[in-house]
Write a protein that binds this ligand. Structure first.
Ligand code: BGC
Length: 459
């Protein structure tokens, strides 16, 4: 496996050198100039260590235009390639090359990470509707040739060899094949289809193989969050499935730098006022508090660190690192508890002390009361490569009512504040903010609430 990894990297280096020499030869009318291709450094263990991170000028301008937004407008956020058209740029928007060119200029000779979200699988987001995507369940061929291949071609351009390119691989995909398929009562027909046709696994493997062949790309697979795969029934099977996907389509485990948790979700990084092992009046909160409901974890950091170990057990290299999306999991502001809840019952204790104030852990759309979380930082804790802002704060998770569109966005009632829920959130209210635009569109009121409820607070 290691030898294979070495070969892939060596091959990709020589491919790049070749492409570059050819380009120069063409530019010089056939004369090969004596200009060396930019050397690509070997992959480092943690790409974020000692590096700046790309600030997306488009997000930054929107943030800066909001009241209070200038305090965070210079924070790095990810670029989402959420449809084929995003590669060239939607409307007047920047395309992938524009972002990479801008990244080269922001780097100014220093190490710089640019974060790209690869998000366009066939039958995308099979358990929800707000981000269904443009490719039908069986369009794996288009995924490869019209989406992954063109992105890989651009990333392999020698002009970008000096960047550290982080790819977040396909959120909303693999964990669905564990939790939302038959015979679980949470199954959806769409997730059953994606499990049966194998296209999530094939697509993820293909993306990893293509990007893994480029020496300066760092692949991080989406690993859900503690409120999704923190239960024993989901934890091990997810790790096994990730190993299967990472070895599909000719990929090997060594194409994986790590995993990311909490992408676009709201799970608290640390719950300071209760722990999974606590008991109240002799009753274990893990078993008796409805909020926890037998989960093994109460927050993202403990989950991410434990899941890293489980992934290594499943075969991934012991050098893998985790990212945690902390863009919207701050839960600060006036309603944040300042100490543990009363020890009158497990529910009173956990509900009184928890900083994550969602109505249910399964709620995911435009959550009312949320705040910005930890600012992006490299290597904050053992096993964690970085806290990162992957979901750009201020971009909606989905519309609160049906809005016609040509972006492959459906209407999911989990984004409707009047919705009384479904089996996946145990029939709780959705907790979503009202008047939200389509997923990915700017949601000013949400941005302003995130700023107000930031934790740590903004200076
Ligand atoms: C949307 C994408 C958007 C992304 C980031 C997703 O929910 O489907 O269109 O780019 O969020 O905001």
């Amino acid at each position: 496996m290691r030898l294979d990894a070495f070969r892939r990297r060596a091959w990709s280096r020589s491919r790049r050198a070749l492409v570059s020499a050819t380009a120069l030869a063409l530019a010089a009318g056939g004369m090969v100039l004596a200009v060396a291709a930019p050397a690509s450094a070997a992959r480092v263990d943690n790409p974020y260590a000692g590096a700046e991170v790309y600030v997306n000028p488009e997000w930054s301008a929107k943030a800066a235009a909001e009241p209070g937004g200038s305090a965070i407008a210079d924070q790095p956020t990810a670029v989402w390639l959420d449809r084929i058209a995003a590669i060239e740029g939607v409307g007047d928007g920047m395309g992938l090359r524009d972002h990479l060119d801008e990244a080269v200029s922001q780097a100014a000779g220093q190490e710089l990470v640019i974060q790209l979200v690869i998000y366009n699988l066939p039958g995308r987001d099979c358990s929800a509707l707000a981000s269904n995507g443009e490719l039908k369940a069986d369009e794996i061929g288009r995924y490869k040739t019209e989406y992954i291949d063109p992105i890989a071609d651009i990333l392999a351009d020698p002009a970008y060899a000096g960047l550290r390119i982080v790819t977040v691989i396909e959120i909303d995909s693999l964990p669905n094949l564990v939790t939302n398929v038959t015979p679980r009562e949470t199954a959806t027909a769409e997730c059953d289809t994606m499990k049966t046709n194998g296209n999530y696994v094939t697509g993820v493997g293909y993306a990893l193989a293509q990007f893994g062949a480029i020496g300066n790309v760092y692949n991080y697979i989406d690993a859900g969050h503690h409120g999704w795969i923190g239960w024993d029934d989901n934890f091990g099977p997810s790790a096994t499935l990730f190993a299967q996907a990472a070895t599909a389509s000719g990929s090997t485990l060594s194409n994986v730098t790590g995993f990311i948790t909490n992408t676009a979700n709201y799970g608290a990084l640390k719950e300071p006022y209760f722990a999974i092992g606590d008991t109240v009046n002799g009753q274990a909160v893990r078993e008796h508090a409805k909020w926890i409901d037998w989960n093994r974890y109460v927050d993202e950091l403990s989950f991410a660190q434990a899941f890293r170990q489980r992934l290594v057990q499943a075969g991934f290299d012991s050098s893998i690192g985790m990212l945690i999306d902390t863009s919207r999991n701050g839960w600060g502001g006036a309603d944040r508890p300042t100490g543990p809840g009363p020890r009158t019952s497990p529910d009173a204790y956990v509900d009184g002390g928890r900083t994550d104030r969602r109505l249910h852990l399964g709620n995911w759309c435009n959550q009312a009361g949320a705040g910005l979380g930890e600012r992006p930082v490299a290597a904050p804790e053992p096993g964690i490569d970085a806290y990162a802002w992957i979901k750009p704060p201020g971009e909606s998770d989905g519309s609160s009512e049906f809005i016609d569109n040509d972006e492959g966005k459906g209407f999911d009632r989990m984004c409707d504040p009047t919705y009384e829920g479904n089996v996946r959130n145990q029939y709780n209210m959705s907790g979503a903010l009202p008047n939200a635009p389509l997923s990915g569109h700017w949601f000013s009121a949400q941005f302003q609430e995130l700023v107000r409820n930031a934790n740590p607070p903004l200076q």
